[in-house]
Design a binder for this molecule. Structure first.
Ligand SMILES: CC(=O)N[C@H]1[C@@H](OP(=O)(O)OP(=O)(O)OC[C@H]2O[C@@H](n3ccc(=O)[nH]c3=O)[C@H](O)[C@@H]2O)O[C@H](CO)[C@@H](O)[C@@H]1O
Length: 394
């Protein structure tokens, strides 16, 4: 994807500002929407001119330039929420709040100069200044919400939005009545390559030659940063797990050294069945293709991917996620028979009880996979493109 320089810009170019990021959950739907919009426009003989407004330290700062997407940063204020008003007024919060007007002024200049047909905001702190700038410059603003309840940024922007694309029908009644008419259910876009992985490629790329392919493979993932809770559970369950399965464990970039030291104590015959990664990059689709069972946090992005693929999953939700959103996501899938949700205190025993039947019985895995697939929305990116184009045409 290339940003066309303004002096050579064809008159038919669609101009999009994307804003959002911080985590994969906000960045990847934005990226997927950009690619799907580009594909749609190109089929109509039009081109796309994109600018992504993000933060310098978010995932988007790597994702956008890697795709050749023009990228700009603005000052953001990360407000640390607390029920204690004194903590809300902490020095860090006060300093960050002071950055918000600066970010809005910077975003306003970017929006005014770029003159987008639409601004698409996918959540995260950075979406607030850019979304407010869209309103000030009277540009159509499309929000995309990945989770059932609106995130903080989208709540701030909802009253300024032309359309609010949501990932689930159950979000609509939760929206403030005044903005409900702007809601459209699209689903949460999944990167197409995630759906096109190949198990043998994972084996070749990661050198999984010690894996026993007669056994099922478990992919453990704690999200981009990894999860201490899941890492501890897996460390304790590992001898049991490796008797029954191969394990790919994505543990977070900061945790690799410690876990590698612990894994050094595994007995030789099973040690080859364990693969540790800080972050799974381009191999992710192939790792997912190889996985027979996934043990994971229940962030909205991961859920969208696992359901689009139809993967049996055991979820260990992040308890402190906004409004207990991850627990809600996991419970919703469990009710559909599409996953197991480990809510409350999770012990190694509970993890084994949840994973054991799936490892022991391929038919049990297949039944859960089928029900998971029924919850997936592989056409979410196309639906979001429809919303963007309709917002642009007024
Ligand atoms: C801690 C936090 O605030 N979490 C929120 C964040 O999730 P967060 O971004 O942490 O997690 P998600 O599950 O939404 O997305 C993670 C994305 O990163 C990818 N990935 C992950 C690990 C890895 O090694 N390689 C890789 O590519 C996953 O495949 C997925 O596409 O945004 C989500 C969507 O708004 C919310 O539902 C989560 O509650």
């Amino acid at each position: 994807m290339r940003r066309v320089k303004s002096e050579h810009r064809p008159t038919t170019a669609f101009r999009l500002i994307v804003t959002g990021g911080g985590t994969g959950g906000h960045s990847y739907p934005a990226l997927t929407a950009i690619r799907a919009l580009q594909k749609r426009l190109s089929a109509e003989g039009r081109s796309l001119d994109v600018l992504w407004i993000g933060t310098a330290d978010g995932l988007e700062a790597r994702v956008a330039p890697a795709e050749g997407i023009a990228f700009a940063t603005v000052a953001t204020g990360k407000i640390r929420r607390s029920s204690n008003p004194l903590k809300m007024m902490s020095a860090a919060n006060v300093k960050d709040m002071a950055r918000v007007p600066l970010g809005v002024a910077q975003a306003r200049k970017l929006v005014a100069d770029f003159r987008p047909d639409v601004v698409l905001a996918t959540g995260g702190y950075v979406a607030v200044p850019a979304g407010l700038a869209a309103r000030m410059c009277r540009r159509p603003l499309v929000l995309h919400e990945q989770t059932v309840r609106l995130g903080l940024a989208n709540r701030k922007l909802a009253s300024s939005a032309t359309r609010i694309a949501v990932s689930s029908e159950s979000t609509v009644p939760l929206l403030p009545e005044a903005v409900r008419g702007a809601a459209v259910v699209t689903g949460n876009p999944v990167r197409p390559e995630v759906l096109a992985g190949h198990p043998d490629k994972a084996v070749a790329a990661l050198g999984l030659h010690g894996f026993d392919r007669r056994l099922p493979t478990v992919y453990v993932t704690g999200g981009a940063q990894g999860s201490q809770q899941i890492n501890d559970l897996v460390r304790d369950a590992l001898p049991w797990l490796l008797e029954r399965a191969n394990v790919i464990h994505q543990c977070g970039p900061g945790n690799v050294e410690e876990l590698r030291r612990q894994a050094a104590a595994l007995p030789a015959p099973v040690a080859g069945r364990y693969y540790l990664a800080g972050f799974v990059g381009p191999e992710l689709p192939d790792v997912l293709a190889l996985a027979d069972v996934v043990v994971s946090r229940s962030g909205a992005g991961t859920l969208a991917e696992l359901t689009a693929l139809g993967k049996p999953a055991v979820f260990v939700p992040l308890a402190s996620s906004a409004g207990n959103e991850q627990a809600h996501n996991a419970r919703h899938l469990e009710e559909a028979g599409a996953a197991v949700a480990l809510l409350g205190e999770v012990t190694v025993g509970r993890l084994r009880d949840a994973v054991g039947p799936l490892l022991a019985d391929p038919a049990c895995r297949e039944a859960m996979a089928e029900r998971a697939r029924a919850q997936g929305r592989p056409d979410a990116a196309d639906r979001l493109v429809d919303v963007i184009l309709s917002a642009a045409s007024g």
